[in-house]
Design a protein around this ligand. Structure first.
Ligand SMILES: NC(=O)c1ccc[n+]([C@@H]2O[C@H](COP(=O)([O-])OP(=O)(O)OC[C@H]3O[C@@H](n4cnc5c(N)ncnc54)[C@H](O)[C@@H]3O)[C@@H](O)[C@H]2O)c1
Length: 355
């Protein structure tokens, strides 16, 4: 297969873990990789991916090679692997727009070069670096910046994977323009590989499949990376709460009192994320069933496992001539696809697409 050339919009923790996962695949292309659901998607192995270029605004990242940018103080995800051929991919400036609103603005100083960056300069760089797929991993709530990257990718003819909860794939006007241009679009809001949403929706499906009536549920999440720092600001986290509610609804949760979202920043946790979930349901004769779970994960590798699938799904969509919001793989990969499905149906739709 030919290489899939990827651009990273946002060289943060998810991008760092994803780049390491790609390097691990390059080192042993035929070896099965732990945590990778499909060794091939549309014929593509993870080893076929190349990180060609990245965009950021952070003075500690812009103008540096990718490997050096990932040494910035805001990077807290674990170093599992060294970058290989992609370590010298350039980190180019992007317009800041609303990227650093709230707490992110206290830990990131924008690079001088961002003042001259525009949507056009981003689109031009996407073309110059022959990018096939743009992965958007910007802070949640950066509505304008996410939109700018989607527009730049559309102008450049590159497929988009939107890891953020901002409306891109489920924006009908935007996805219609991607469809008209023959460019695929996957989103919105990455569903982590084995994360809170996946566990929670699987438990909801289990209870409903046994005929129980779900009465209430909550999912509380805390962590210490910059994603959680950003989400500690209520004006930034609104779209994440909406997105998680979309995922629970798609799992079959209707008319149920439920709360799910980021609930706290605890700096010393760094990239460790804790999820506490409770589900209360009625069973035989009205008897009560309660499930309480605590999940502990490393947040960014958990995202990397899904980005590894989403990038190859986007390239497969290109090969198959699909355009606009791509339905088949999206419910498995994202919390808020245009049309969500319960976990088991999402998995079979994804595996059908990957074959
Ligand atoms: N498990 C996960 O980590 C996970 C799961 C699902 C969704 N997500 C979503 O993915 C996104 C990225 O998460 P992360 O942990 O990598 O965040 P992060 O804070 O580590 O990285 C965000 C990066 O975006 C950069 N940035 C800010 N404004 C920019 C702009 N205008 N142009 C270019 N770059 C800009 C920042 O400098 C930073 O490098 C978030 O929206 C998050 O909610 C993450």
């Amino acid at each position: 297969m030919r290489a899939i050339r990827v651009a990273l919009a946002g060289a943060g923790n998810c991008a760092w873990s994803f780049s390491q996962f790609v390097a691990q695949a390059h080192a042993a292309p035929a070896a099965p990789l732990p945590g990778l659901m499909c060794q091939t998607i549309g014929g593509y192995r993870l080893a076929d991916v190349r990180v060609a270029v990245a965009f950021d605004v952070d003075a500690d990242k812009v103008g540096r090679p990718l490997a050096t940018a990932f040494e910035a103080p805001t990077i807290s995800a674990t170093r599992f692997a060294e970058l290989d051929a992609d370590k010298d991919a350039p980190v180019l400036p992007a317009p800041v727009l609303d990227g650093l609103v709230g707490p992110m603005g206290t830990v990131v100083t924008p690079a001088e070069e961002t003042h001259d960056a525009t949507s056009d300069s981003v689109a031009k760089a996407i073309v110059e670096h022959a990018v096939d797929v743009l992965v958007i991993s910007l802070p949640t709530g950066a509505t304008q910046a996410v939109r700018m990257f989607a527009e730049a990718a559309l102008a450049a003819g590159a497929a988009v994977v939107n890891c953020t909860p901002e409306r891109v794939a489920r924006d009908e006007e935007l996805s219609a323009r991607f469809a008209d241009a023959g460019v695929p679009l996957l989103g919105d809001d990455l569903r982590s590989h084995l994360g809170a949403t996946t566990l929670h929706t699987a438990l909801i499906e289990l209870l409903l499949s046994r005929g129980l009536e779900l009465e209430s549920t909550y999912q509380l999440n805390v962590g210490g990376n910059t994603d959680f720092l950003n989400l500690a600001d209520a004006t930034r986290s609104a779209s994440k709460f909406t997105s998680k509610a979309n995922a629970l609804r798609a799992a079959g949760m209707t008319d149920v009192s439920g709360v799910a979202g980021p609930t706290g920043y605890i700096g010393h946790l760094a990239d460790t994320k804790l999820c506490f979930a409770n589900l209360r349901a009625r069973s035989v004769l009205g008897s009560e069933v309660q499930i309480d779970v605590k999940l502990t994960v490393e947040d960014s590798p958990n995202a990397a496992g899904v980005i590894a699938n989403a990038v190859r799904a986007a390239m497969t969509a290109v090969d198959r001539g699909l355009s606009g919001a791509v339905d088949g793989p999206a419910p498995m990969l994202f919390k808020s696809p245009p049309r969500g499905l319960p976990e088991s149906q999402a998995r079979s739709a994804f595996l059908d697409f990957a074959a």
